[in-house]
Write a protein that binds this ligand. Structure first.
Ligand code: AMO
Length: 432
């Protein structure tokens, strides 16, 4: 990638460039001075390369300028040389080293990974943590997840919309909201774009998607929860939950196959095997009976625990849609199931034992919606504008939301969701 300070990325250097002059921009990963030769490992976000300053081959002043502290940011002018001794088959013979910004503060931990650093120290210094190639790989994969999501949505005929982050009422239940002062009124940070994506669809846009930050004031501090996340949402008109599930399956397959194809280097670095994305679909009732026949004691009406989700993926496969949950454990807007009065047309997608998406066919009938709002302990007067919209020609519709950080976590095999959010917000972390 050519720019004022570089002619190529390190990963673009190949043995057949032998003799070619290059300009590389990056950080000093390590320096070894063994008398007549100085080895500098130069790193950019694509990899590392060895720069070899040998007396007699390289000018003495260039060799002297290689003796820099780790993490100095430099431009290396040099010539590519084939080398059977290095893994990449090349090394760089330097003709000049430019220290772009001499270090004037200490680097808080070893970027090479030789000394493990505490997660909090890494997150406190995320800009340094990003210099670890493993960390970069997680976010490169996340970037492909985002672009593949958009690609899948556009291919399926959905249009991208923006929805507000400051809202008047809850959508996913009242307890988990961050309150903000909004001039003379109380307002909240949105827990989900739920109501707005529905309004766009029933307004006539028919098929919409969005990538939005959402805010959850959940107090639990776990390795699967954050207080600010990015949701990738879809909503489709004249559709039921089966249509929404088909779209979700197509979307997740598209995302996973793009990641497998485009991010081979990053997946290899993280030791991840993507496998074949096969998706199974079972009802909640079937999930409960399968779990119980394995010796668990789950009653109809209970939410599925983390343990249960892990067991279900072991029984049925890595990607599993569980559908038609009991009404009372799902959001108020979930359409009751016409053929099973205790359940609703809702679903979750589990990936490698973790819920990464949830969705439903929505209640589009206003009277049914008001009674569901009340049954869920919410105040219908807070939803006036929403309920009234359903009195004005709203078609049946359905949709879902995929959690970006959880999906990234399950793809990359990270054990803590904080690894998959560039600047995570959790119960205690607000900085950087
Ligand atoms: P839900 O609340 O299940 O559904 O959220 C959808 C997806 O977002 C992710 N997620 C989270 N990830 C990390 N930390 C959290 N605190 C957190 N909360 C949610 C999960 C989850 O599957 N409006 C509905 C969706 C819909 O019906 O369209 C909703 O928000 O991956």
């Amino acid at each position: 990638m050519h720019s004022a300070y570089r002619s190529s990325y390190i990963s673009e250097l190949t043995p057949d460039m032998d003799g070619k002059e290059v300009l590389l921009g990056g950080w000093v990963h390590e320096v070894r001075n063994i008398g007549k030769i100085v080895f500098m490992i130069l790193r950019d976000h694509t990899g590392t390369v060895q720069v070899v300053g040998k007396e007699g081959t390289v000018k003495a002043e260039v060799i002297r300028s290689m003796d820099l502290p780790k993490e100095s940011v430099v431009c290396v002018h040099g010539v590519v040389k084939q080398s059977s001794e290095s893994k990449s088959g090349i090394e760089i013979i330097p003709t000049g080293i430019e220290n772009l910004n001499p270090l004037s503060a200490q680097i808080p931990f070893e970027v090479t990974g030789k000394v493990p650093a505490d997660m909090d120290v890494r997150l406190d210094n995320r800009h340094i943590d990003l210099r670890r190639l493993d960390t970069t790989s997680v976010f490169s994969i996340q970037s492909t997840v985002l672009s593949s999501f958009r690609e899948a949505m556009l291919k399926s005929g959905l249009e991208e919309i923006r929805t507000p982050a400051i809202v008047e009422a809850a959508t996913e239940g009242g307890a988990d909201l961050f309150r903000v002062e909004y001039f003379e009124k109380a307002a909240y940070l949105a827990q989900s774009p739920q109501l707005y994506k529905q309004l766009a669809v029933i307004g006539g846009m028919d098929r919409v998607f969005m990538v939005v930050p959402v805010f959850r004031a959940e107090k639990h501090n776990t390795v699967f929860h954050l207080n600010e996340i990015t949701q990738m949402d879809a909503e489709i008109g004249f559709s039921d939950h089966h249509d929404a599930i088909s779209l979700l399956k197509k979307t997740i397959k598209g995302i996973l196959s793009n990641v497998a194809e485009e991010r081979q280097g990053d997946l290899k670095r993280l030791g991840v095997d993507m496998g074949e994305p096969k998706i199974k679909e079972i009802t909640y009732r079937k999930a409960v009976s399968a779990l119980n026949s394995e010796g668990n004691e789950i009653k109809f009406g209970e939410d599925l625990s983390r343990d249960a989700e892990i067991k279900l993926c072991k029984l049925f496969g890595d990607l599993l849609v569980v559908k038609e949950y009991p009404k009372k454990i799902r959001a108020f807007y979930s359409m009751p199931n016409g053929s099973d009065s205790e359940t609703c047309n809702s679903f979750d997608l589990l990936y490698r034992g973790l819920e990464i998406s949830s969705g439903a066919q929505r209640i589009h009938l206003p009277d049914l919606l008001v009674s569901s709002i009340k049954e869920h302990g919410l105040d219908p007067s807070n939803f006036d504008f929403y309920v009234n919209a359903f009195r004005q020609g709203a078609p049946p519709h359905a949709g879902w939301s995929l959690g970006l950080e959880r999906l990234t976590m399950q793809i990359t095999g990270m054990k803590n969701i904080r690894e998959c959010c560039l600047f995570p917000r959790d119960r205690v972390r607000l900085k950087p």
